[in-house]
Each structure stands twice: as structure tokens, then as C-alpha cells.
Design a protein around this ligand. Sequence first.
Ligand code: PLP
Length: 367
Amino acid sequence: MIYLDANASEALRPEARRAMLDALDRVGNPASVHGAGRATRKMLEDAREAIASRFGGRAADLVFTSGGTEADALAIHGLGAGRRVIVGATEHDAILASAPGAAILPVDRAGVADLAALDRLLADGPPALVCLMFANNETGTLQPVVEAATLCRRHGALLHVDAVQAAGRVPVSLAATGSHALALSSHKLGGPAGAGALLLAPELASIAPLMPGGGQERGRRGGTPPVAAIAGFAAAAGCAVESNADRLGPLRDAIERAALAEGAVVCGAGPARLANTSCLALPGVRADAQVIALDLAGFAVSAGAACSSGKIGASHVLTAMGLGTLAAQAIRVSLPWNVAEGDVRAFIAAYRDMAARLRPMLASDAA
Ligand code: PLP
């Protein structure tokens, strides 16, 4: 099986695996006062320092969570209290499901948020919390988060940035974006699942918890932290280098050239995108048929809108981009950090074969 679904979960980095194994061999709860507890606490705090500084924040302002979903939910719960919430139309369900009734910020055909609309939404009503993702999980489209942060600050609004897909792939810094919060997820940058973080601007670092529990994380998230997963998260964050985009970009471009030659549409092409992500719609051919055909040929890719039940429907991201029926005909190819060139060549051959086999079936369906 050749794995090309890194945006679902990145390939585990060996450094993360080693750090986890080392942590698993130690005993001690970081809240305990004895020596074993203190040693575990040091591991936790070293990881906090490493991750916070890697993403432009301070250790004291980083709250460990179980992953990106919880970081997003905590941001909305903690920062949204007493504010109206505005969310980008192409946000992940981790945001959308935590902000029912939110105002929707529209995007253009490439999936880029409409800043003039944001300006109008912000001007029209009480102080807001805006949620805008750094990079889209289906198309890789990068959002203008720096400009959005400037607008938010001008209107007295807060900006939460879901940087789950961007972290480790493009430069991500809380301080440099001027945003108020960043969500991060370990398994999207080559660490294990089960750890994530919300990095807060210093003036907001005392947010109300979703789970008060035993007062861990300075009262911002109760529960014993998964220290081994967090150690793996920190190790992965340390070795996920943005320069890998220079290697992945040309491989992604080769896939897109081949797909275009087969009549595919590259969704979100044009503006800046993640170098590892390609969203390819094959007009008239359902996404699930493409995913299954490629799976049978030995390639793991996903449909734009795989949900937890495994059913594939029309992607809300591509629908918001105005792509109509193509929204149910797109697959996502997301290259892991360690993909081999030969694997990409093999995928291109399999894609051509899949397109050649599925398109005639479409023609005979129509006849
Ligand atoms: N935000 C984005 C943009 C994502 O792509 C994902 C996962 O796919 C999440 C949040 C949720 O992260 P996690 O799986 O760590 O809960």
C-alpha cells in the first residue's frame, strides 16, 4: 500500500517514535511531587517550551489538548463567550460543529476567504470571535490570516486560527500572524494521534476550560496529560521542516499535470497552497468510485469529504467554492513528508489507468 493521505494522518516520524518509547519507559504523573513525578513534569514542560517557541508563542500560553478538534473546541468555548462567532465557509468540522449558528464568511472559487466580506461582518454588530483556518485540509488553500488578524484587531474582534494542516508545512507563528489563538495537532505533523495544543496570545492565556477536572494545564484543561504522546508531538514538531515543501511541490505538480491531461480539474489551483496537497475532481466520476479503484490498485487517498462513518458525500468545502457537482467528484491526494519519487510515479500510472477505466463506464451510463 502506498500511503498518500497525509492530511488525514501524517506518517509517523522516527524521532517521534523514539521520543515516545523513551517516555513510555518512565513512570510518574507530572502532578506528583516526588522525584519520578518531577522528572515526568520536566519532560512535559520541555515539550511545552519546544512546541510553543516553534510556533511563535510562550510556553506559559500553551494548553495541551487531545488533538486539533479539542483545541478548536476550547478556543471557541474559551474565547467565544459573550461574542458572536464568524467562521470561514471552508473550516473543518472541528470548528463548524463547535460553533452552531455562527455567521459564515464566504470564500472565492479558489477557496480564499473574502476579506471585504469579513470587514463588513465585523463592522456590523457586537465584538466577534473569527475562526479562519491557516490551510485547508481538502485543497491546501492558504488563507490570508495576517490580513484577517489586522482586520480583527481593528474591529476589536479575536481571531482563532486552525493551523492543524499548516503547522510544519509552511511557516506558522502566532506572533507573526498577529492572531489570538492557534490550534495544533500532533498526528498531522508526524507525531502520534492523541495530542494537540491551543497556543494563546499572552493577554488571553487564562481562558475557561472545557473540562475543569483536577486543574491541570493551569486550570485550562483538566486531566492527566498523555506525556508520551506529547513527547512524540514535540519531537515531530522539531523535525517537521517547512523546506520539505521544495521537494514535495514538484512531485505534487507532476501529479496535477498528469491529472489535467486526463480531464481532471485541480480544485483550489491558483493562490498559494500547501505543497503536499492536491484536490482532483474528475468530472462525472463519483469520488467514492475513484477512491475504491485507487485503493484496489494499492494507493491510499481520500475523498474530499470522508466523514467518520466512512460514507462519501459532496464536500462542503468544494460546495462553498461554488464547484457544484464537482464537489462529489473530487479526491484528495496528500503526500506524506517521506513519500518516495517512485511512489508518485506509480500513482500517476494508477491514476491514468483509473481515469481511463471509469470514464467509459460513465459514457455507457449516460447512453
Ligand atoms: N482542523 C483541521 C483543518 C483538520 O484537518 C483536522 C483533522 O483532519 C482537525 C482540525 C482535527 O484534528 P484532530 O484529528 O487532531 O482532532
